[in-house]
Design a protein around this ligand. Sequence first.
Ligand SMILES: [Zn+2]
Length: 302
Amino acid sequence: MLIKSSWIYLILTIALTACSGSSTTSLVTTAPPMTTSTLPKIMTQVATPIPSLTSTPSPTSTPSPSLTPTPTWAIVGPGLVDIPILLYHHVHPDPPSLNYWVDVDIFEDQMQALSQRGYHTITPTQLRQAILQGLQLPPKTVIITFDDGNQDNYEYAFPIMQKYGFIGAIYIVANRLSAEGFLSAEQLQELAAAGWEIGSHSMTHTDLADVAANKLREEILDSRLRLEREIGVEVRSFAYPFGSFVSALGSKVENYGYWTAMGLGKKTLHDLNTIYYLDRLTIYGTMTLGEFEALLDGSTKI
Ligand SMILES: [Zn+2]
């Protein structure tokens, strides 16, 4: 599903080989390369929040054996990469008939379909790494995200994803951390230890396109710092509440120390121009398995 002609591939390969990352990283200046030595100390308190696909799994994770690279893996990026990003909200055994609630059996069917089709999961930070530097990945890669930090994500979605060796990214509203119905710091530490990326979904889940400028620092930066302090993991990905966006927000999010930011949309192609508004495919509770698979196959290409 990689969109590249052979000559583009050749050029990218040469570029990747020729440069040590300095020319690509200069395009985005706020994020350091993801090496263990540059990770802040806070990350060492909880096992490997940003896992390498080739690293030794942490003791609490149940990784898929197929995470070991095989000859079918190839360098994806740098530049344009084609990776669908899925967005869930609730996964529940007795869901109300609301758009954002997915029945747990349907969710399991979807995860099984991904597994049977050979999909592997990565984190948003690994997507950034692919865009900036290139990353060795399997032929089919997907990112599975959850917004709002709902308790049922941990209770129902997490064990199913563990079963298939999948990791996810979860976006937490900072002032809802440990509130009734929402995940606790301890539960998020467990997700992080299993390889999940923990992101911020703002401080209060307000529409940032509509908020006073002097509130943006609290919503974007302070939420990140609070989540890092209370959970003890590094927070480098942001999800805009309601997917609401104006162009000035992208640079704010970047300046406040994020490496990626999630929005809503239908595109599966991502590059440096979209790294602070990455389209995600919303999974609705009414979606059939056929519609789910069609979404993966037929998403709009840019
Ligand atoms: Zn939300």
